[in-house]
Structures are given as structure tokens and as C-alpha cells.
Design a protein around this ligand. Structure first.
Ligand SMILES: Nc1ncnc2c1ncn2[C@@H]1O[C@H](COP(=O)(O)OP(=O)(O)OP(=O)(O)O)[C@@H](O)[C@H]1O
Ligand SMILES: [Mg+2]
Length: 220
């Protein structure tokens, strides 16, 4: 699902953000990506998303080599990859339904299909009764769950989450991890970057450890 082959990333600062990383994340795996601040976790996810390019080495995701992918193929590549970030930004003037179906609208789905998908996805995060609410009418944890629903509605093959529970109290953080595990059980590969050790010990999964840009433990 994700293969890094001798990947090095150096930003302008000339420090190694990632140094000679070779690792494979297999389809259907549930992985934590952990390590101290500055370890390279976010950089790893950005490279897997094609948002950053490696200084050297190869990145393969869902069978595509990101170094050879063309501009026109890129949106199609991204369609089956979902992201959840700490800064989840819902559109304040749009309802929950509208927020989570924006991409489906662009892909030409019918209203009835979108309603059905929105209901099913919101049920997964326990918010099916809030479809017509506006973001400001929801708590922070509920908004985060809407952001997760937005990520999941296109039935992604791969879910990449960067500190998705960073702003949440421990109970909600655990609830979100349970949702991720349910998604994983349906076949989606999940990679969660976090430095929250209590989450990692509470949930089973492969634990990949980075420190100062180096792979300390591949978790295999
Ligand atoms: N856009 C950038 N330009 C220059 N340096 C960067 C950039 N992004 C990250 N870095 C540097 O690369 C290294 C790895 O950063 P990264 O954000 O990947 O770490 P992280 O493990 O996600 O840390 P955190 O836990 O704080 O989120 C750090 O030294 C950081 O300062
Ligand atoms: Mg980070």
C-alpha cells in the first residue's frame, strides 16, 4: 500500500527530515507512526500524499510511483486516499451534510446517493441525527467526527491521519481510534501519526518509530 525505498527528505534548512527510510506498509494494516516532535512523522505522511517530494529515493503508494505520476493522474490517485488532520477546518456557512459531500458533488453524485452515503457515514461516527446542523452548533469533538466522516465518505483505500486526536480529551481520542479501527476492519489501510503513547498502548496495531528522521523500529 505504501512503500518507501531509501527515501531521504531534506528541506531548505539542510537538516534531514527523513534519512534513508525503507519501509513497506501492507494493505489492510493498522499502523501508528510515532516518535518525538521533529522526528519526521508529518513529513512521512506528506510524502505519501505527494504533497512533498523526496530529495532522493522512491515513494510508491497504492501501486503508483509518485515520482512518475502525471499532473492529470494526480486527482484520481488522491481520490481513494483520505486525510484527517488536527486542524480539520469545516466550512462554517455549510451544514454537516454539505461539508461532507463537497467532493461527491464535484464527482457528479446524485442528491439521493449523497443523502444515503452521508447518512451511512455519519452513523459510523454517531452523528446521523446532526446532518442539517452547522459546525458552530457542534462541540469540538463532534466537529472532529464530522471531519472524519468527510474523509471516509469517498470509501478510501488508505486513511492517513496526522495527530487526529491532538485537541481532544482522552475519552474522545479513544472514541476516534475505535472509529479508525472499525474503518480498518472494513479493509481500509490506516496510518495514524501520534506522539500519544497512551493511545498506542490502548489499541493494537503495528508501531513504527521514527526519531530525528531515522527509522528506529519498523514494527515488523
Ligand atoms: N516546510 C518545512 N521547511 C523546513 N523544515 C521543515 C519543514 N517541515 C518540517 N521541517 C523540519 O523537518 C523535521 C521533521 O518535521 P516533521 O514536521 O515531519 O516532524 P513531526 O514528527 O511531524 O513533528 P511533530 O510531532 O512536532 O508534529 C523537523 O526538523 C522540522 O523542523
Ligand atoms: Mg507533525
Amino acid at each position: 500500500m505504501i512503500r518507501f525505498y531509501h527515501v531521504t527528505k531534506i528541506y531548505k534548512s539542510k537538516n534531514y527530515a527523513l534519512q534513508d527510510i525503507t519501509i513497506t506498509i501492507h494493505p489492510r494494516e493498522f499502523c501508528f507512526l510515532t516518535g518525538p516532535s521533529g522526528a519526521g512523522k508529518s513529513t512521512f505522511l506528506k510524502l505519501a500524499l505527494g504533497e512533498e517530494t523526496p530529495t532522493s529515493g522512491q515513494v510508491l503508494v497504492t501501486g503508483r510511483n509518485l515520482q512518475t505520476i502525471t499532473h492529470s493522474e494526480f486527482p484520481y490517485f488522491r481520490r481513494k486516499i483520505a486525510t484527517v488532520f488536527q486542524d480539520f477546518r469545516l466550512i462554517p456557512t455549510r451544514t454537516v451534510f454539505e461539508n461532507i459531500t463537497i467532493l461527491l458533488t464535484l464527482q457528479g453524485y446524485s442528491q439521493s446517493e449523497m443523502r444515503k452515503r452521508a447518512f451511512d457515514t455519519l452513523r459510523l461516527v454517531g452523528l446521523q441525527s446532526r446532518m442539517e446542523a452547522f459546525p458552530e452548533e457542534l462541540s469540538g469533538g463532534e466537529q472532529q467526527r464530522v471531519a472524519i466522516a468527510r474523509a471516509l465518505i469517498s470509501k478510501p483505500h488508505l486513511l492517513l491521519a496526522d495527530e487526529p486526536t491532538g485537541n481532544l480529551d482522552p475519552e474522545l481520542a479513544h472514541e476516534i481510534m475505535r472509529i479508525f479501527q472499525e474503518i480498518n476492519a472494513t479493509g481500509t489501510t490506516v496510518v495514524v501519526a501520534t506522539h500519544d503513547k497512551s493511545l498506542i498502548t490502548a489499541f493494537s496495531g503495528r508501531v513504527i518509530v521514527l526519531a530525528k528522521g531515522k527509522l528506529i523500529d519498523s514494527g515488523e
